[in-house]
Design a protein around this ligand. Structure first.
Ligand code: HMH
Length: 208
């Protein structure tokens, strides 16, 4: 039997719920998130995206040529995203030159470790990472400014389409994967879900 992304979401519904529904996002929606919480998320997520860029470059290395187009579009979009983070940090007068918090480091090390995994595993993890934000930022419903801009960055229709295409590419890679690789892909999905939940909690816990 072939594993698909849809099956992973169904089988691990609870883990995925915890990855995408968090008081941090609920407090953004209610407009009551504290500046130190939001600013911690912003600076740590910038550091995350720097390492995520490197992960995406490694996924491209492992990918079949007919998957290049989507991955190159993703890499191109990340260029704007890194600059956007810098603009948001400057508006909020916060520094991005801060140390990674332990949860951020753990996530970044995990993304680094994916580089030695088969392409099907990397493609599954990439899809899960992008879907987590695509769903997480949309699920609470319309957010007040300044958070609406953040919600639309990952919740907008083009990003949603990009994530659907990532799912197709992951499904295609999984369709020829051995049972052992399927198992590794399932473990990667669960690891991403756990790290996403921890990342929200890290920002939510921030007191300075
Ligand atoms: C923690 N997960 C985290 N940050 C992000 N920016 C994304 C996923 C989406 O790229």
């Amino acid at each position: 039997m072939t594993l698909t992304c849809k099956q992973l979401l169904q089988k691990h519904h609870e883990a995925w719920h915890a990855a995408t529904v968090h008081p941090f996002l609920e407090h953004c929606k209610l407009g009551i998130i504290q500046p130190q919480q939001f600013n911690t998320w912003l600076s740590q997520d910038y550091l995350f995206v720097v390492e995520f860029t490197r992960m995406l470059a490694r996924v491209l290395i492992a990918a079949p040529v007919h998957h290049f187009e989507l991955l190159l579009a993703g890499l191109s979009a990340i260029k704007d995203e890194l600059n956007w983070f810098k603009a948001k940090a400057s508006e909020r007068q916060i520094s991005l030159d801060v140390p990674q918090q332990p949860t951020c480091t753990e996530y970044c090390q995990y993304m680094y470790s994916l580089g030695t995994q088969p392409y099907a595993v990397q493609a599954t993890a990439l899809w899960a990472i992008e879907l987590a934000y695509n769903q997480g930022w949309q699920l609470p419903g319309a957010m007040p400014e300044p958070y609406a801009e953040f919600a639309s960055r990952w919740g907008n229709p083009e990003f949603t389409e990009y994530v659907k295409l990532l799912e197709q590419q992951a499904d295609e890679a999984l369709s020829t994967a051995s049972p052992e690789i399927e198992q590794q892909a399932e473990a990667a999905f669960l690891q991403v879900a756990r790290l996403e939940k921890d990342f929200w909690q890290m920002a939510f816990n921030a007191t300075q």
